[in-house]
Design a protein around this ligand. Structure first.
Ligand code: ARG
Length: 347
């Protein structure tokens, strides 16, 4: 265990939750025990602060409302699967999405998925079907015995590993997965058959707190529209829908200078926001999210804490210079607790 990081976490917890000197002394003594672990209260505080410290995240205004599900006692694949379904259901909340993190036993539970809900990708003779970001993981699922229907939007199974056992895959029952068909308020995009899922639940990052790592700690917020409309459905290396959207809009696509890509991009993003709203699924547009980020900065300033951030990630991919974030330099310093990338469990 990293003593210095543990000490600084306990000191932060003491300061922000107003613990006594006696409390700190007692916890530091207990930390000498190899069986030492965090209380659920400490873990809850740490997971929220880790969100507050997430430099790439524009949605941090809501850090203190994160629901933390302490699942450290689960050491069986079926039980972990059950807890992940519980996470999906609680977070989805019939569309009124709640930010949630589930924390599993450190060093023992591993989730192989990048997100709990994500679409498969298949390499075929006539190009990729589905999400090309999922090609490698889809192959892993197939090697474990899973077979997808080979549509553009097959939801991948959950792949769970305990200790050094063989990983096990579990299909998510359909009724747990809320999806939104993308339609435009004026243009007819129905022939494109675009859709996306309601809740982005990142499951590939480790939660680092007081020098300890929780490798399985899936967390979610709600989507910002541009993640879907300006990246997932638009990127050439993802679903590449812009030429088709432009065609439905009757745009002339031979000249770059007609800005057909930009016009298609705006209307695709209008369609995403419109469709989520119409389906009653939480989503935020990038202008509102940037205003919320500004509020977060003001709130943090009052608490005399520096807001750190990764500018390249914080600016939205659509009309970035219309947001205040674009015009402010921000210090990309890493504070802990935090969420970090980790090596893929496969490969
Ligand atoms: N950008 C990722 C995606 O499109 C999701 C990242 C987390 N996003 C969020 N709103 N919490 O699937």
């Amino acid at each position: 265990m990293n003593e210095q990081e543990l000490n600084s976490f306990l000191a932060l917890y003491k300061k922000e939750t107003k613990q006594t000197d006696a409390w700190l002394e007692r916890r530091l003594n207990q930390a000498e025990d190899p069986q030492f672990n965090f209380t659920t209260e400490e873990l809850t505080f740490g997971a929220r602060v880790a969100w507050r410290n997430s430099n790439k995240c524009i949605g941090r205004l809501f850090w203190n409302s994160l629901t933390v599900l302490d699942q450290r006692h689960l050491l069986d694949e079926e039980e972990v699967f059950g807890a992940l379904l519980e996470h999906i259901a609680f977070a989805t909340n019939n569309g009124k999405i709640r930010p949630v993190i589930s924390i599993f036993a450190q060093n023992r539970v591993h989730i192989w998925n990048h997100q709990l809900i994500r679409y498969a990708g298949y390499e075929t003779a006539d190009g990729v079907i589905g999400d090309s970001d999922s090609l490698a993981f889809t192959k892993i699922c197939e090697a474990l015995g899973w077979r997808g229907a080979c549509t553009n939007f097959d939801v991948l199974p959950l792949v769970i590993q305990i200790d050094d056992h063989q990983p096990t895959f579990f299909e998510i029952p359909k009724d747990y997965i809320v999806e939104v068909q993308i339609e435009h308020p004026h243009y007819d995009f129905s022939s494109l058959q675009m859709k996306w899922y309601a809740v982005p639940i990142i499951s590939s990052m480790r939660f680092n707190i007081g020098g300890m790592d929780f490798q399985a700690a899936p967390f979610n917020g709600w989507y910002m529209g541009t993640e879907i409309g300006a990246r997932n459905l638009a990127d050439e290396a993802r679903y590449h829908f812009l030429p088709k959207v432009a065609q439905q809009m009757g745009l002339e696509t031979t000249s770059n200078a007609s800005l057909w890509q930009d016009r298609a991009l705006v209307e695709l993003n209008v369609a995403v926001l419109h469709s989520y709203k119409k389906s009653g699924v939480s989503i935020v547009d990038h202008h509102t999210a940037a205003q919320q980020f500004q509020l977060f900065q003001q709130q943090e300033q009052k608490e005399q804490r520096e807001v750190t951030g990764n500018w390249v990630w914080l600016i939205p991919p659509l009309s970035p210079a219309t947001t205040s974030i674009y015009h402010q330099p921000i210090h990309n310093k890493t504070n802990k607790p935090n969420y970090f990338y980790q090596q893929l469990p496969y490969k």
